[in-house]
Design a protein around this ligand. Sequence first.
Ligand SMILES: Cc1cc2nc3c(=O)[nH]c(=O)nc-3n(C[C@H](O)[C@H](O)[C@H](O)COP(=O)(O)OP(=O)(O)OC[C@H]3O[C@@H](n4cnc5c(N)ncnc54)[C@H](O)[C@@H]3O)c2cc1C
Length: 401
Amino acid sequence: MSAPSRVVVAGASAAGLSVAETLRREGFDGRITLLGEESLPPYDRPPLSKEILSGTWPDERVWLRDEATIAGLGLDLRLGARAVGADAAARSVTLADGSAIGYDELVIATGVRPRRLPGTDGVAGVHVLRTLDDARGLRDALAAKPRLVIVGAGFLGAEVASVARTAGASVTLVSDLEAPLSDVLGPDLGELLIGLHRERGVEIITGTLVQEVLSAGGHANGVRLADGRVIEADAVLVSIGSVPNVDWLAGSGIETGNGVLCDEFCQAGPGVWAAGDVASWVHPGLGERIRIEHRTNAAEQGMAVARNILGAAKPFAPVPYIWSDQYDRKIQIYGLPRGADTFAVTEGSLADRKLVALYGKNDVVRAAVGVNMVRPARLARALVASPTAWTAAVSKEGVTA
Ligand SMILES: Cc1cc2nc3c(=O)[nH]c(=O)nc-3n(C[C@H](O)[C@H](O)[C@H](O)COP(=O)(O)OP(=O)(O)OC[C@H]3O[C@@H](n4cnc5c(N)ncnc54)[C@H](O)[C@@H]3O)c2cc1C
């Protein structure tokens, strides 16, 4: 393979920026075109549901790099430039303005967008949370201490519930699951986290779908549940998962499904790679195809792709990591607890809501989760990083609750 001289990165956020920076750090001096649909410089998303929503940070703190650092990368940076098509055979990307850019290597880092409830487009008071504008809009709504209904009780919904409640909103969290967060963390930790919300006065409605958002005069004023109940609201947040941004690749010759389908090197075909939330790849350690919507993964996968473009030929096999802040608890998750068949608290206790727990599958440790135990949780990561027998791990660490 001859050395590439033109790299196009579609998506100018955590993963895309990481690709560009790593290419430069590794000595690549060719052209890097970084395409961003939004007109803002690359910014970080985790603070949107935390410090930006609560107003504890000024908005400018979300920029991933300052202007001078971005300029120093010598990029062909195009903001407000949406990629609308690609041709893998001709190695070119088309932009919304009709122009085309040729590439030797294309990195797809277009992330995901929120799933929406049908019939809510253009209804005032209905929010999703993915962009800085979304966060500003929801923050403005919270200033009026509204009756907020949150549809979907995953991490995003739970984090917003925590900020909104602290800001004095009255909050109802509606989940289609009987035990929200248990699908990811199992019943014990799921219950622990939901308990935090209940204690703070969040009303939690489980095991039911929101059928429709109700409105009057173009403004949301409640939701109707599948069982017929109506919950009145001044604002509604829809946090029911996300959809990978791959539509623009239709007819490109690049294989997509639940994301861009890549091999273990994060390569989707000759000269085509993917990184971040949009990338579905075969994790060699887990032996599974996965797609991860985690901030750390976006940066690490961006680095891995850049190095592979430059010839490293290294499979991407990270220990997935996510954190979440809810009230005064910091939750850290190393590995993938979903689907585990064994669970043990090895430090601290459920009663204290301060602990490290291990999750196993097929007698191997698959994940370690910490609640307000940052260092011990980080140490437990080692049990996930290399295959560790369940019995050996639990007898060494001990079981405390
Ligand atoms: C509110 C919120 C809170 C979060 N909290 C946490 C957390 O606590 N911990 C954690 O680990 N993760 C968290 N995440 C997830 C984390 O932010 C993502 O994993 C990370 O942003 C993924 O980066 P990315 O670059 O892959 O995708 P994105 O950040 O989605 O960036 C993709 C970029 O591509 C652009 N784009 C899309 N289509 C096109 C196109 N056709 N042409 C050009 N550009 C395009 C988009 O505008 C976007 O800027 C959170 C996410 C959100 C939204």
